[in-house]
Design a protein around this ligand. Structure first.
Ligand code: BGC
Length: 764
């Protein structure tokens, strides 16, 4: 080619090929997600493009020790891939394919607030704080699904306004054992409470047209060796207890995504389980979203794809390579990838990023703080109130505030559930803002980390009108709580509480304990020294205000326990089987207690708890009457409608939770003494006011899972319906009878435990 020919060719290339007209024409040719059908987009993708979308954009190198090889494997910090993120501090992103209009989705933690970086490089003007909401257990302790949905709506607005597509929340793992370091993120020991609260939360978040990721699916009930331990569990317990909250939430709220867990179930990684991710989740429950791994979960990427774990997070280059090679060598069908992509794209179509939503980075944090405050006041549980020690007497001015939690109040736990909030309203601030005069010498002492001495306590008892002791406990992702110095109070703590109580009681002054904790603690002995105990959980950024307003009676407490406080740790049904065997690095953990988790155990085996499930005091009294039960069968579908009237019989306005427990007849399988089947919270009732509540219970709700036939059966016999204000404070009851058994649903048999064990049984 001579010079002019070369030049002409170049010119023509520039005019036609690089011209915007040509580029546009090319773009038109390639189907665009959101414009063309999902199928057309998938058909237009190369194998490399497909795999890139199925694996997140994390750039971490392959970890040195492959997961699953060593029983002690824990993810290396480098596993959490770092990439140029649209939203700094977000947990991860999916990969964009520009030419097909496939955007990069942003995923951010977590259950107590949008976890993103509060500051950004090169930006000295703006901040990106998020509201720190009360932790999951506290939201559940409100037993108020409307309020939780309202929290979800405000929380979801922050998700959307910060440019995030999917919030990695809620966490609905069951409180199997109080030592689990992440219990604060989770809702309850009871699957119905966990499921209903989760559904309300998801509906609230997704109202904003952003997604959720319900996690960790499933039976991830401990942190110790979480990446390898196998939860060894019967199918009945798995379905009735551990899968149940996911089932309720999927059916009632359709979360956009589900996050499979790190652990194995009966020897198989959940991320690689077709049983769990396809049979149960999609075929049985009708899940329509996509499944993502937990960050670095599982180890066989091909199996993950086949099982229906649609997206691997946070993603690594070697995972992309492995999947491409597997397709090329026929060990993975490309149609499996297409199926998974379809799941992802169907959700992607709804995302703000695909819709090019212009987020503000300025959610209304002030308005949200008010909702966080409401949820915190409503989630507090008044455990003890002797001689009406609370609300604090109006004449009280001077407060001796003990405990480091007064000054460094914990809003939540640590790990991915932590939130970068703009402020923490401490107990000290809450009290002083409300007009109390706090003992400044105590403050100086705690702030300078000086020991509390007897003489200081004596002086404080002379100078102040009341003692408020804040007992705080932190826990978080990656470790379980030790019995000695986390579940138990230390000897020093117990001594101090006794000394404070002796000094104040000698002067006729009250002692109030405030529990700023994320999970159950030991209450034995020391609790006798306090006149009142307020369980304030980890209440989010509005901690101090909300605690103060409950202490003063500005807000009447109406929270109820969602998890039992046992008398002693050894009473916990899984005490012997936590965290599994061998103890240092458990390979498996036997769920020998079967369905007898929490109150199902304490009530069936007559073990008296310290504070029972469903318990919580109020500054007023309530009565429940007028129980009516009506049974109807329409087109073969049974519905049992229960109504009852709650009346405020005390002197101040308050809310009450009516809890419906049902004792089912035994059949070929044993049943817990009673199980919560419905609950409802009244509006704020003035003294003398009543409200009638109605509950609808179906055959599936009444049914137990018969593993032999893979059927949910409501057995024939007498059912006792009890309406109470706790699991042990039943106000009224009655029975109805099923003359013949009802098969409510037939499911598929799941993988059996791979270690032999004898499951706990109980016969009434
Ligand atoms: C946690 C998840 C979290 C993810 C992303 C994991 O370590 O188990 O709950 O969503 O990290 O931060």
């Amino acid at each position: 080619m001579n010079f002019s020919k070369k030049y002409t060719a170049k010119l023509l290339f520039s005019i036609f090929v690089l011209s915007p007209v040509w580029l546009q024409a090319q773009e038109k040719k390639a189907p665009q997600l959101g414009k063309a059908t999902v199928k057309e987009v998938i058909d237009a993708m190369t194998l490399e493009e497909k795999v890139k979308v199925l694996v997140g954009t994390g750039k971490a190198p392959k970890p040195k020790t492959p997961p699953g090889v060593s029983s002690g494997w824990v993810p290396e910090p480098t596993m959490i891939g770092h990439t140029e993120k649209k939203v700094p501090g977000a947990a991860g992103n999916s990969c964009e394919i520009d030419c097909l209009g496939i955007p990069s989705l942003t995923f951010a933690d977590g259950p107590a607030g949008v976890r993103i970086s509060p500051k950004r490089k090169g930006d000295t003007i703006n901040t990106y704080y998020a509201t720190a909401w009360p932790v999951g257990t506290m939201l559940a302790s409100t037993w108020n699904t409307e309020l939780v949905e309202e929290v979800g709506r405000a929380f979801g607005d922050e998700v959307k306004e910060y440019g995030v597509d999917v919030l990695l929340s809620p966490g609905v793992n069951i409180h199997r054992n109080p030592r689990n370091g992440r219990n604060f993120e989770y809702y309850s020991e009871d699957p119905l409470v966990a499921g209903k609260i989760a559904a309300a939360f998801i509906n609230g978040i997704q109202f904003n047209e952003v997604g959720t990721s319900i996690k960790h699916f499933v039976a991830n009930n401990q942190e110790t060796n979480r990446n390898y331990v196998s939860s060894t569990i019967s199918e009945r317990a798995l379905r009735e207890i551990y899968l149940k909250p996911f089932e309720i939430a999927v059916k009632e709220a359709q979360p956009w995504t589900v996050m499979s867990s790190y652990n194995r179930v009966n020897g198989k990684y959940t991320a690689q389980s077709t049983d769990l991710l396809t049979t149960v989740l999609r075929d049985e429950w009708g899940f329509k979203g996509f499944v993502i791994t937990d960050w670095g979960g599982g180890y066989n990427w091909v199996e993950e794809m086949q099982a229906g774990n649609d997206m691997i997070m946070p993603g690594r280059p070697d995972q992309i390579e492995t999947l491409i090679n597997a397709v090329k060598h026929d060990s993975l069908k490309e149609s499996v990838l297409d199926r998974n992509l379809e799941h992802i794209f169907n959700v992607m179509l709804k995302t703000p990023t695909l819709k090019k939503y212009e987020y503000s980075d300025k959610p209304d944090l002030k308005a949200h703080a008010k909702i966080a405050y409401n949820a915190a006041t409503e989630g507090m549980v008044l455990l003890k109130n002797e001689n009406a020690a609370l609300p604090v007497n109006k004449s009280i001015k001077n407060v001796a505030a003990f405990g480091w939690g007064t000054y460094n109040t914990l809003t939540g736990g640590t790990g991915s559930g932590e939130v970068n909030k703009a402020y923490v309203n401490s107990v000290y601030k809450g009290l002083t803002d409300a007009g109390f005069k706090a003992d400044e010498s105590l403050r100086a002492l705690y702030e300078s980390k000086q020991p509390l001495k007897g003489a200081i306590i004596d002086a404080a008892a002379i100078e102040n009108d009341i003692a408020i002791i804040t007992i705080a406990r932190i826990s978080g992702e990656g470790y379980d709580r030790s019995i000695e110095d986390n579940y138990m109070l230390t000897d020093d703590e117990k001594d101090e509480i006794k000394q404070i109580a002796d000094a104040f009681h000698a002067k006729g002054k009250k002692v109030i304990a405030v529990l700023n904790i994320g999970g159950v603690i030991d209450m034995q002995g020391w609790q006798n020294f306090a006149d009142a105990i307020l369980l304030a959980w980890q209440p989010g950024q509005e901690a101090g205000n909300s605690i103060t307003d409950v202490l003063t009676g500005k807000v009447n407490p109406s929270g109820k326990l969602v998890t039992t406080f046992p008398v002693k740790y050894s009473d916990v049904p899984s005490a012997e089987n936590f965290p599994g065997q061998p103890a240092e690095r458990p390979e498996f953990v036997l769920y020998e207690e079967g369905v007898y988790v929490g109150y199902r155990y304490y009530d069936s085996f007559n073990i008296k708890p310290m504070y029972e499930f469903g318990y919580g005091l109020s500054y007023t009294n309530f009565d429940i009457s007028g129980l009516k039960i009506s049974k109807k069968e329409v087109n073969g579908n049974l519905t049992v409608t229960v109504t009852a009237t709650v009346k405020n019989t005390g002197n101040v306005a308050g809310k009450e939770v009516a809890q419906i427990y049902i004792s089912a007849p035994d059949s070929t399988i044993d049943k817990p003494e009673q199980e919560l089947k419905a609950f409802g919270k009244t509006r704020l009732l003035k003294p003398g006011e009543s409200e009638q509540l109605t509950f609808v219970i179906t055959a599936k709700d009444l049914a137990s899972y018969h593993t032999d036939s893979s059927e949910w059966i409501a057995d024939a016999g007498d059912y006792t319906v009890k309406v109470g204000t706790s699991s042990r404070n039943i106000k009224i009851k009655n029975t109805f009878t099923l003359s013949k058994p009802i098969v409510a649903e037939k499911d598929h048999p799941l993988r059996k435990p791979d270690v032999k064990f004898t499951e706990l049984k109980h016969s009434k």
